[in-house]
Design a protein around this ligand. Sequence first.
Ligand code: PMP
Length: 281
Amino acid sequence: MKQIVFLNGKFIPQEEAKLPVSTPGFLYGWGLFETMRAYNKKIVYFDEHLKRLKKSARLLDIRCPYPLAELKDIIQRIVKINGLKDAYVRLTLWKCEKGTDILVMVKKYQPYTPEKYKKGFRACISSFRQNENSFLAQLKTTNYLLYRLAYAQAIEKGFDEAIILNHKGYIAETSRSNLFFIKDKELFTPSLECSCLNGITRGVIFDLAKKYNIKAYEGNFSMPDLYASDEAFLTNSLMGIMPLASVEKQRIGKGISRYKSTRFFIKKYKSLYIRGQKTIS
Ligand code: PMP
């Protein structure tokens, strides 16, 4: 079956999607995107994603061409038209000469295997640094080169992920996720000022921590803090919560089999997903 995309008001086969080359979106990367997951045909944390997009669009002077309710409908329709249950959904808005171009694409989501969640990710430390003084670092702009290069570097070296530090040497995030660690049953994560994306899943982790009386701290943390922790994990909308087993081949804590708190978060996060509670649209 041909993949159908939504481009500027039309549902068309992906190979028919054509764009002018002279837009600020293409030439300068003046655009925004959201990556969402459809689980059992429903977009998870839909409202939160659209809220983040709307806020970022305002900051970048990008006008959303549809009211949010209509946008939601378009995204749901594209998942349905493509006959997908579990999908990667990407919404992109970018500046064009007359206003804003919009593209919605979906593809089947291939989750990591249960084995991978059991073993966890192995990360390296990227040589690329994030600029903590730039507000752009907190947005999902179509200028994602730093993250893509960091990720490519990790894969090339045989790792699953790359930890990105900021210019002050504090941990910011990874190339595709937010980072958390646990020490003495308390939760720690870089603050937004360290220049990380205000991840939707990051927000869910805070909600869970609050619900289950787990103390959570945001702040400036460096590699020795992470190495001294008991457990660590990474979060994003596609993979949910992935244990982080090691960094630069150095094991975190006493090993992945002792990751009790991480398993607790994974379990609770999964049940939110499956039961379609609260924020699941
Ligand atoms: N940081 C980066 C660099 C990312 O690309 C992502 C994935 N969007 C995240 C963090 C996690 O964000 P979210 O939980 O909203 O998917």
